[in-house]
Design a binder for this molecule. Structure first.
Ligand code: ADP
Ligand code: MG
Length: 335
């Protein structure tokens, strides 16, 4: 239920500056995702919002109120981390109710809030179990449930899915999306290095690079209009193809970027590039062709459905409908 505003926020550990001046407005009820490479400051920024770490300079505002010196327990936040620290000797119910028990909430109140959260996460049938009797995904849901019963105004997640296997990651990702839908007043800030999680969960994504904001926007804005080669290469899978040298010169730019779905294999040889198919990946629904055209790296072309060509074949390629990204010497897009 809170709007969060960061104003020129900086954080140093000793002489090392880790967060280098961040201005960011996170709207009430928004699902904001921080992405960026390992070590760029995502967790630090989340900890600054939580109050677990003090900011070195700048201002942190919750609903217009300066919270720089407000301790975590008074900020109305709940955090879910990668490793779900549940108490091993307590049942799921007690794990979830523990905070309320400390706060001397009545039994009826504990019961109501725990059951409501358990219902939301579909873990009602697990309330009497001990953590060791749960799967990894169930434990992570209990950790999320424990955060929900605290009735936070801000939910902070730090890579909550990274300890789960691929199938559970997808399932839990859907549950978090549902949670956001069911708790529309609660502001959620979510850290991940997984751009698929970012694309699927976020209302807006904030791409961080070396302690600074590189770009903030909706997933579609970042995908369609990245404001640097860094964002272009970070958002989207497979990665955007980049070409330099003569390939870029032909488009009057320093770096030419083109996504795999925006390259077409043309049968009549009328393409603008030719190359040899050196590798293919069949994903069932899609087929990725790795094609050596003489650029720095083989380019990846996505064919939907099957591909009936041969490995080693010479193919002719062209961009689909002018869907290219042109970047200048400074790695910024050209108009
Ligand atoms: P991310 O979550 O994006 O991987 P972190 O926020 O954990 O990155 O870390 C950003 C940088 O800050 C890293 O270089 C890390 O080594 C440094 N850092 C994080 N916490 C501390 C700390 N308590 N003391 C010193 N350096 C730290
Ligand atoms: Mg981290």
């Amino acid at each position: 239920m809170a709007n969060i505003e960061l104003k020129a926020v900086r954080k140093s550990y000793g002489a090392v500056e880790v967060i280098k001046g961040i201005d960011l407005d996170i709207k009430k009820g928004e699902f904001m995702v921080f992405v960026g490479p390992s070590g760029c400051g995502k967790s630090t920024l989340l900890r600054l919002i939580s109050g677990l770490e003090q900011i070195t300079s700048g201002d942190m505002m919750f609903d217009g109120e300066r919270v720089n010196n407000v301790i975590p327990s008074k900020r109305g936040i709940a955090m879910v981390f990668q490793s779900y620290a549940l108490y091993p000797h307590m049942t799921v119910f007690d794990n979830m109710a523990f905070g309320m028990q400390l706060a001397k909430a009545t039994k009826a109140e504990q019961d109501e809030r725990v059951r409501k959260a358990a219902d939301l996460l579909q873990i009602d049938h697990l309330l009497d179990r001990l953590p060791k009797q749960l799967s990894g995904g169930q434990r992570q849901r209990v950790a999320i449930g424990r955060a929900i019963v605290r009735d936070p105004r801000v939910f902070l997640f730090d890579e909550p899915l990274s300890n789960l296997d691929a199938a559970l990651r997808v399932q839990t990702r859907l549950e978090i999306a549902k949670l956001h839908h069911d708790m529309q007043d609660v502001t959620m800030v979510y850290v991940t290095h997984d751009q698929v999680e970012a694309m699927t969960l976020a209302d807006r994504i904030c791409v961080l690079r070396d302690g600074m904001v590189e770009q903030v926007g909706t997933p579609a804005e970042l995908y369609d209009s990245p404001n640097s080669t860094f964002v272009a290469g970070f958002i989207g899978s497979p990665k955007m193809n980049f070409m330099t040298g003569a390939f870029a010169d032909a488009f009057d730019c320093t770096t030419l970027g083109i996504r795999s779905e925006h390259i077409e294999v043309v049968e009549d040889g009328s393409g603008i590039w030719t190359g040899k198919v050196i590798h293919t990946e069949d994903l069932g629904s899609d087929h990725f062709l790795f094609i050596e055209i003489g650029s720095d790296e083989p380019i990846i072309v996505r064919q939907s459905g099957k591909w009936f060509g041969k490995l080693g074949a010479e193919v002719s390629l062209k961009p689909v409908d002018g869907n290219v990204h042109r970047f200048g010497q400074d790695d910024k897009p050209l108009g």
